[in-house]
Design a protein around this ligand. Structure first.
Ligand code: BF8
Length: 681
């Protein structure tokens, strides 16, 4: 009897173990489908299989599991039929679903804001060390941007000598910029200096609502305090702090990260490159960079470009070194050096499974711990580099990266990849798929392309929005999420927007998804865009989907929106613009922080997949409806990609109507024949 039961259990375990992802249901990308299948053939498990095997917790998904003290976790699931009458669900301390969901939500904001802002702090430290000339590896590259940023930090860029105003020494300016920037994380008084970079009306709203951040760190710490048991138990008051911390991220930590990175490594301008796993090369050393901080990746790019390393690779039988990137490190080195994108967040294991990844070097954020298990099945060296991001598995090599000897550290890593080339097994399988792309737009280059130096503003962009050729602006950003079909939401939403003449600004993994789909080329305009947007893109020679960089670079979208406001004709605030935000496949806490700073900046922001607020209907209504009355922007959730895009378009049309420019679009309305032409394409 006992034996029978044991045999049955063994059988069940084996059936369970066989539960694998269907590659075609897991992703729309043929390269990834091929690699998921290949992994399964080799008996290697990936995130796609784990997502099939393990269902998410239904209570956590609704945002109403409280584990902030040892009396819990208290779980308050919403009854299937919803709540009739009074909602008397309570945790042991009496916390309501609203309190619990709000506490969880702002803790996610704290996590996201901390990640972006700590990244920003690391960059500021390297910046300061470059300004102090303590490191030979980094130096100030973009002095024009240095001068522009100095003004926003209250650093003088000229000086009076003998009654004349003369340019100040740039080394001095850089030093003061570095010090002032560092101060933004922990100053004891005043408010976030960059808050005033927002349109005046926006700043006034923040002032009125009492949410102008004091300094970056304090807002994050205060969230942890207020969400401790028995502190803030009013969801509205909790969200006030969540809003303040999110603004400190978007207009603080993230914006400083972007600015200082641009000054140190160069402000991006459009570059041609390629995207998808097919960028890896069988006859070259493949070094894949994964993570977020360009402090590491910039140095690796510099080292791989040296003749010494090139020759060394050849001496080991390779034709050279093929660098490529995963996640936001990919976006960083793409936008500044044209280094190809290897893949999105969900493709990190697949890059190793090609068998051609000689080394993967990682720093911080979005790195799967399972990479170590996958790397074990191949010759791949997995190298961690950041003191705050190590892995427990013993095949992981840690080479701590330090700005004071960054070049030497990078050299060690590149050499390790080259030395490993000859250890490759025979099982190399690199998918063929890759797409051409143009990436690396920013506030400055959009101004150049759509405004021109003559006007020096976003005039042309505004003009085309006012005359209706461009219906509006969509900021589509964020992660991939293994709970939904990889890249499907990203691509469908973006295609639907551009088909309806909405120009798209993209960052993060959405940018990589669009790149893989071939949407980042000027030629895309004729194929996928409505006639108005196609005309603008063809005239100016830009893609209808503009790649603005990594996730911290969402600050570029905030500043681009501010430039549109400044250029005139479209209202006085970001909330007046015909614009909407989206994160179709979000998964990280950073995405929640980004979503909320967009909302707090006046943007209607729609998330896909799920949102951990659905178990607390009153709190959800507060975010989805009441927020608009206070901030002009609000949250929404829409899983269906086409409906998702049309909710954004409806909001854009609402704003066009309020601006009195809804009639202008009538002139460019598409007739049915033209529309069918677009559909067919
Ligand atoms: O910061 S989009 S999966 S890679 S969190 Fe991560 Fe999400 Fe990708 Fe970049 Ni952003």
């Amino acid at each position: 009897m006992k034996e029978d039961i044991m045999a049955e259990e063994k059988d069940m375990k084996q059936t369970k173990a066989k539960k694998l992802a269907d590659p075609k249901a897991a992703t729309i990308d043929p390269a990834s489908q091929e690699m998921i299948q290949h992994a399964q053939d080799l008996g290697i498990e990936t995130v796609f299989d784990r997502a099939v095997k393990m269902k998410p917790c239904n209570i956590g998904t609704q945002g109403i599991c409280c584990k902030n003290c040892g009396m819990g976790p208290c779980r308050l699931p919403l009854p299937k039929g919803g709540i009739e009458g009074e909602d008397d669900r309570k945790g042991l301390c009496g916390a309501t679903p609203n309190t619990i969901a709000a506490r969880n939500f702002i803790r996610m904001i704290a996590g996201g804001a901390a990640a972006h802002s700590d990244h920003g702090r690391s960059v500021a430290e390297v910046f300061l060390s470059a300004a102090r000339k303590e490191t030979g590896s980094y130096r100030i590259k973009d002095t024009r941007k240095l001068v522009a940023v100095a003004k926003h930090l209250g650093v003088a860029t000229d000086v009076e000598i003998d009654g004349k105003r003369l340019d100040r020494d740039l080394d001095e300016v850089a030093l003061e910029v570095g010090e002032k920037a560092m101060n933004e994380w922990g100053k004891s008084e005043g408010e976030l200096l960059y808050a005033k970079r927002a349109p005046e009306e926006r700043y006034k709203i923040w002032k009125k609502m009492g949410v102008v951040p004091r300094n970056i760190d304090r807002e994050i710490v205060e969230i942890m305090h207020r969400t401790h048991i028995g502190v803030d138990q009013d969801y509205k008051n909790l969200m006030k702090q969540g809003t303040r911390a999110a603004i400190a991220d978007g207009w603080g930590g993230s914006m400083l990260a972007t600015d200082l990175q641009d000054i140190l490594f160069g402000t991006p301008y459009p570059a041609v490159s390629e995207a998808n796993l097919g960028v890896m090369k069988e006859d070259m050393v493949n070094l894949v960079i994964h993570g977020h901080e360009p402090v590491l990746s910039e140095m690796i790019v510099a080292v791989t470009q040296t003749k010494e390393m090139e020759d060394y690779a050849k001496s080991k039988g390779a034709k050279g070194i093929q660098l490529s990137g995963i996640c936001c490190s990919a976006n960083e080195i793409l936008q500044r050096h044209g280094v190809p994108l290897c893949g999105t967040f969900l493709q990190q294991e697949l890059a190793v499974i090609t068998g051609a990844c000689d080394a993967m070097v990682v720093d911080i954020q979005c790195i799967f711990q399972n990479l170590a298990n996958v790397a074990k099945c191949f010759h791949t060296k997995l190298i961690t580099t950041h003191p705050i991001a190590k892995m427990e598995q013993d095949n992981v090599i840690h080479i701590e990266f330090d700005e004071h000897h960054a070049f030497e550290d990078a050299k060690r890593i590149v050499k390790m990849a080259i030395d490993n080339f000859e250890n490759r097994g025979s099982e190399v399988m690199i998918p063929k798929q890759k797409s051409p792309i143009v990436a690396g737009f920013g506030v400055e280059s959009i101004e150049y392309h759509l405004g021109g130096t003559f006007r020096g503003s976003y005039y042309t962009l505004n003009d085309n929005i006012i005359n209706g050729r461009i219906r509006g602006i969509g900021g589509v950003v964020g992660c991939n999420n293994a709970r939904t079909k990889h890249n499907e939401g990203h691509v469908q939403i973006v295609k639907e927007l551009i088909k309806n003449d909405v120009i798209v600004l993209t960052t993060g993994c959405n940018a990589i998804a669009c790149a893989m789909e071939g949407l980042l080329t000027p030629e895309t305009a004729a194929v996928f865009c409505g006639p108005g947007l196609a005309e603008v893109c063809e005239t100016v020679g830009i893609p209808p989907v503009l790649h603005l960089g990594s996730c911290v670079d969402n600050s570029r979208i905030l500043l681009a929106a501010t430039e549109v406001v400044k250029a005139g004709g479209l209202g006085k605030d970001i909330s007046d613009l015909p614009a909407a935000g989206s994160a179709p496949e979000w998964m990280s806490e950073k995405a929640i922080s980004i979503g909320h700073y967009f909302v707090a900046s006046g943007v209607y922001t729609v998330f896909g997949v799920t949102l951990p607020v659905t178990g607390a209907p009153v709190f959800q209504k507060y975010l989805f409806e009441e927020f608009e009355k206070m901030y002009g922007g609000m949250w929404d959730l829409e899983i269906d990609p086409i409906k998702h895009a049309h909710k954004m378009i409806a909001h854009i049309d609402k704003k066009r109507k309020a601006l009195g420019i809804d009639k202008a679009r009538d002139r460019v309305l598409v007739d049915m024949a033209a529309r069918r032409g677009i559909e067919a394409a």
